[in-house]
Design a binder for this molecule. Structure first.
Ligand code: ADP
Ligand code: MG
Length: 425
């Protein structure tokens, strides 16, 4: 993919935007981009540099993402709404064409890596709560204040806030600091010759550092420390669970939508599968799937195409096995309903469903204590309502008793808070 119209090849030490940013290490990549840790010589901070593929359609997608990230940054001057901050953007000319580049605040590992790091065992409920609070804060902001739908919420697109300064803690972050601060003034005043000198020096240093870095290639950046090969238990004690929502490449305005098919398969809401139209509540569905995955380590729905039926129909069957039969009106109300449902609201090709409700699943398969399972199921079930308008908003979820337990795993506490709420209500 490193060809015309494709990715831009980056070497460690490469300068961007007139020398302001210096590439340090690859952080990740997506379909359209590679993401690099870079050093911002103007602010002496580390940043994430997202470099888009150059072809016209990718540039268009980057402009789209910049529009949504800018709107999110403009409405959140204090940078407290759990959405990744866009710091800068510019064009970079390379051998494969012009690449739009986004400069984002540097964040840590994704929740997907967190789940993997924890060996798919599921996180403690107090950790899950901290993470949920951040995601819901982000969604509440996007939905209520901006009128924006994220449309691709999933563990991969939620990043932990890095508590590690890559310059100060190179071992834990898997980084060798390539630059303390570039000598001289790389930005301005230096003129061409100084610039070249600095570049040469950088490249020499970079070469030396590459060997060291590749030794640690498997280590995780920013949050979780070294990826150990041993089978020892891993503790997440002391790791701050603050996180932020990233990847606005698929975002849309509630009143100006672009695509009918949105979201990543496993996190896709039923109204999207059935093409019945959608709104903010599709993000709430994805949030529910994500919360379940954090608690159990397993995806809530992992549909597969089977003998005589497709992925969509399997997906609908899995939903109904967990949540009960879809109300007939909803089942037959979408543009795609006729492909999957008969006029009674039963699936055409998957006839026998094994009902396994959420609280029993949490107790029987995932061995959650009964009280904890019931409380979590009480929080999650309304979010996984088939009727989109019945799902609680992010704001309502933030106010739910399950989100507001002060002592960890204290069942009595939730019980009494719920009773209080009923009395008040
Ligand atoms: P795409 O739209 O191509 O999927 P993303 O924005 O999801 O791109 O970024 C791809 C990957 O790059 C992420 O999964 C993550 O590993 C890494 N990444 C993205 N943004 C940041 C950031 N701000 N800080 C650290 N890593 C990031
Ligand atoms: Mg992504």
């Amino acid at each position: 993919a490193y060809r015309k119209g494709g990715y831009h090849a980056v070497r460690i030490g490469d300068p961007f935007s007139g020398g302001r940013y210096i590439a340090q290490r690859k952080l990740g990549w997506g379909q359209f981009s590679t993401v690099w840790l870079a050093y911002d010589t103007r602010t002496s901070n580390y940043v994430a540099l997202k470099i888009q593929k150059s072809a016209q359609q990718f540039a268009q997608a980057a402009l789209h993402e910049i529009e949504f990230l800018s709107a999110a940054a403009d409405g959140d001057l204090a940078n407290a709404k759990c959405v990744v901050r866009l710091i800068d953007h510019f064009k970079h000319a390379g051998p494969n064409g012009q690449h739009l580049c986004m400069v984002l605040e540097f964040l840590g590992d994704s929740l997907l890596r967190l789940i993997r790091y924890n060996r798919y065992k599921g996180l403690k409920l107090d950790k899950v709560r901290e993470i949920c609070r951040c995601i819901l804060t982000g969604l509440d902001y996007l939905h209520r204040e901006l009128g924006m739908i994220h449309s691709d919420l999933k563990p991969e697109n939620i990043l932990l806030c890095s508590t590690i300064d890559p310059a100060k803690d190179p071992v834990r972050s898997g980084l060798t600091p390539l630059l303390e601060k570039p000598e001289g003034n790389a930005n301005g005043g230096g003129g061409v010759s100084t610039m070249n000198l600095i570049e040469k020096k950088l490249k020499r240093r970079a070469k030396r550092a590459v060997a060291k870095i590749s030794e640690r290639r498997s280590s995780m950046v920013g949050t979780l420390g070294e990826e150990a090969s041993s089978k020892t238990e891993r503790s997440l004690d002391g790791i701050d669970m603050r996180c932020k929502v990233v990847d606005f490449g698929n975002a849309c305005w509630a009143d100006k939508q672009f695509a009918e098919e949105i979201q990543t398969r496993q996190y896709r809401a039923p109204e999207v599968v059935l093409k019945s139209g959608y709104s903010f509540s599709v993000d709430m569905w994805s949030f529910g799937c994500t919360a379940f995955e954090l608690v159990t380590g397993d995806m809530l729905f992992a549909p597969k195409e089977g003998n005589g039926y497709g992925e969509d129909e399997d997906h609908l069957a899995l939903m109904m096995e967990l949540l009960g039969k879809m109300p007939r009106k909803i089942a037959i109300g979408g543009a795609r309903s006729k492909d999957y449902f008969d006029r009674h609201g039963d699936l055409k090709r998957i006839r026998r469903l094994k009902y396994w409700p959420l609280d029993r699943l949490l107790i029987d398969r995932y061995k959650l204590p009964e009280a904890e399972a019931k409380e979590f199921a009480e929080f999650l079930s309304p979010i996984l309502e088939f009727a989109p308008e019945k799902r609680p908003t992010a704001q309502q979820c933030l106010e739910h008793p399950w989100m507001n337990v002060s002592t960890q795993n204290n069942a009595d506490n939730v019980g009494s808070q719920m009773r209080n709420l009923q009395i008040k209500g």
